[in-house]
Ligand binder design. Structure first.
Ligand SMILES: C[S@@+](CC[C@H](N)C(=O)[O-])C[C@H]1O[C@@H](n2cnc3c(N)ncnc32)[C@H](O)[C@@H]1O
Length: 307
């Protein structure tokens, strides 16, 4: 069972740190794709809600293309930085700030566009689905548009001796002391790193597709078959997201981009590597329970079986 804090082991509330926002603001792929989607969707005079405004980037970009007003909601103290930046840039009269969780927020009107970037390393661990289904229901006009429209979790089995040696098999004899009990802990965690696409042992598969135009899904369980395309050793699975920001603008944290994003990929290790042959079939089962207003925790587990 993986707890999302294990994805960010060093700090429990990462968004209280300026460096985390800088990492996102300087992620060129992320920013350019959002700019394109905003240009395609937001029309002059639109009213926008920005869920999780952080330091305000998406709100400012919407104003640049002519939005009349932005409701900017943020649950961390980053909102104080966004307010100062709005004043500095002469747009504070066009943004209404709310320091709260969007689930507890009332913005007093319906909007033309809901924009957000709540996408986690494995797409859903930061509470995106529950926050956005709720925002859509309560804030969006009937013909309003969501950015992003859809988000998918992609998965593939991975062979990576080096990663496995560095993060899992490193727990052995250190300074003459037997640290092997730590190995049991290390296999329960997830690791953020850049997986090489040449290390994938099968075509990636979409596990979950959350479509904000479709029905609300907060329990995600799926089992998929993979055909291994070469002899090798499966050390774990790689997970990443693909999002349609608008109908033809895609953003992905996959290992196929020439440009790496700040998300990297998530590597979830197996407790013991699995030797496979070309054309072997394996099944992967993933079970995710997303946060709800009533139950504020996220769980993720997976299992691999040979067919
Ligand atoms: C990935 S950051 C993106 C920040 C900013 N929108 C940007 O693009 O640079 C997500 C932000 O959303 C905030 N957040 C996540 N879920 C939220 C919610 N339900 N209500 C309010 N803020 C939320 C987080 O605290 C964080 O600052």
């Amino acid at each position: 069972m993986t707890d999302p804090t294990e994805l960010f082991p060093e700090i429990p509330n990462i968004y209280d740190f300026p460096s985390v926002h800088a990492g996102m603001l300087y992620d060129n792929e992320r920013v350019e794709k959002y700019k394109k989607a905003i240009r395609a969707v937001v029309k002059p005079g639109d009213v926008v809600a920005d869920i999780g405004t952080g330091t305000g980037l998406l709100a400012f970009l919407c104003l640049e293309v002519g939005a009349k007003r932005v409701h900017a909601i943020e649950r961390t103290s980053a909102i104080e930085w966004a307010k100062k930046i709005a004043v500095k840039n002469g747009v504070s009269d066009k943004i209404k700030f709310y320091k709260t969780d969007s689930l507890d927020c009332d913005i007093g009107e319906k909007v033309d566009v809901i924009i957000s970037e709540l996408i986690g390393h494995i797409a859903f661990e930061e509470g995106m689905a529950e926050s956005l289904f709720d925002a859509k229901e309560r804030f969006l006009k009937p013909k309003g548009i969501m950015i992003p429209e859809k988000v998918r979790l992609k998965v593939a089995p991975v062979e990576d001796n080096q990663i496995y040696a560095e993060y899992i098999d490193c727990w052995g004899n250190i300074e003459g002391i037997d640290f092997s009990p730590m190995r049991e802990e290390a296999v329960k965690a997830c690791y953020l790193l850049n997986v090489k696409n040449t290390n994938l042992l099968s075509e990636p598969t979409t596990f979950f597709n959350v479509d904000f135009d479709d029905k609300k899904q907060l329990n995600l369980k799926n089992n998929k078959k993979f055909k291994v395309f070469r002899k090798g050793i499966i050390h774990g699975i790689a997970l990443w997201f693909e999002a349609n920001l608008s109908s033809d603008i895609k953003l992905s944290s996959g290992p196929f981009n020439d440009i790496d994003t700040h998300w990297q990929q998530c590597f979830a290790p197996l407790s013991e590597p699995l030797i496979v042959d070309q054309k072997d079939e394996i099944s992967v089962e993933i079970n995710m329970q997303l946060r709800t207003k009533e139950k504020n925790n996220f769980n993720f587990n997976f299992e691999i079986k040979r067919y």
